[in-house]
Design a binder for this molecule. Structure first.
Ligand SMILES: [Cu+2]
Length: 305
């Protein structure tokens, strides 16, 4: 294959992977050899992505100007072309320009970034509130309220899926590559026993804390990462547009099994979520009734004397 054909093939491959990236980035999943960040699946992550692209093009502009000036200086003003160096050492006008221009660039970058930071902390008017608690080495999710009404005792521990946990043990004899989902997706160390179920098209307020050490709750598709600190509450929000599975990890080094506490969010349409939540609430109610019956049916001690 000639060089031009090789370059053409490489460009075609790059264009193909860019197209694939564009298609999958819309639902927040990275693809192999992806070069850019994912767009994520929440209004906040879209804003973060747009800011990233804006900052990227500002950097490209600065790069073109700086390297362009260097190349022009090297080509036109070199000794072999008879250039003679100037002898002045200060130029007030030039110094004002190279101070003011970077300040203006920094302000132009800081303004949209600040706008997004303010938007990130606006957790008001949420349709669903979920409390996220980090433990060594698992997560607990408690549903606090939904559509303005308190949720009654719906909460669970979400930890590494049993098959991954089994395979990761020393001398387990299980090939991690054999752990594939039904769709053929390699999900070793990525799945949990109970995913966090959330409705789509609903503003979700996450209140994030920890019970032992500092963890970090990070789902890239939501566009942010929040530290989970014992004794502190951080609140953030997300709103997922597309039903699907979104994955994340603990983002603070929290101990020996830090790498084994993945996060899985399952986003379903609101009607399906309501059904799921009602089933969880009635199960919690039945559980309470069963415990009460157990306690009250314990035979009273025989009278003495
Ligand atoms: Cu952790």
């Amino acid at each position: 294959m000639s060089w031009t054909a090789r370059i053409g093939a490489a460009l075609a491959l790059a264009a193909g992977s860019a197209a694939a990236t564009g298609a999958t980035a819309a639902v927040g999943h990275p693809v192999p050899w992806q070069l850019n960040m994912t767009e994520g699946a929440s209004p906040l992550s879209h804003q973060v992505y747009d800011l990233h692209m804006y900052a990227f093009w500002v950097c490209v502009g600065i790069g073109v100007v700086v390297f362009g000036a260097m190349i022009v200086a090297m080509m036109r003003f070199r000794k072999s072309r008879g250039a003679v160096a100037e002898t002045w050492t200060h130029n007030v006008k030039l110094e004002v320009i190279w101070t003011v221009v970077p300040v203006l660039i920094l302000i132009a970058l800081a303004l949209p970034a600040t706008r997004i930071l303010i938007n990130e902390s606006n957790t008001g008017d949420a349709g669903l509130t979920i409390k996220v608690t980090g433990f060594q080495w698992k997560w607990r999710y408690d549903y606090v309220d939904y559509q303005g009404r308190p949720v009654s005792r719906v909460g669970f521990i979400s930890k590494l899926a049993f098959n991954s946990d089994e395979a990761r043990q020393l001398d387990s004899g299980i090939n991690p590559r054999s752990l594939k989902s039904k769709t053929g997706y390699d999900d070793y160390l990525l799945n949990v026993n109970h995913p966090l179920v959330v409705p789509t098209h609903t503003k979700i307020r996450f209140v994030i804390t920890a019970d032992d050490v500092i963890h970090g709750w990070w789902v890239p598709a939501l566009g942010w990462q929040a530290d989970a600190v014992p004794g502190l509450i951080h609140d953030m929000w997300g709103e997922i547009d597309t039903p699907g599975t979104y994955r994340g990890q603990c983002a603070q080094l929290c101990g020996q099994d830090h790498a084994y506490m993945p996060i899985v969010i399952k986003a379903v349409p609101p009607a399906a979520f309501q059904g799921w939540l009602a089933a969880q609430e009635s199960r919690a109610r039945l559980d309470t009734v069963a415990r009460t019956v157990q306690v009250t049916s314990v035979p009273a001690p025989a009278p003495q004397g």
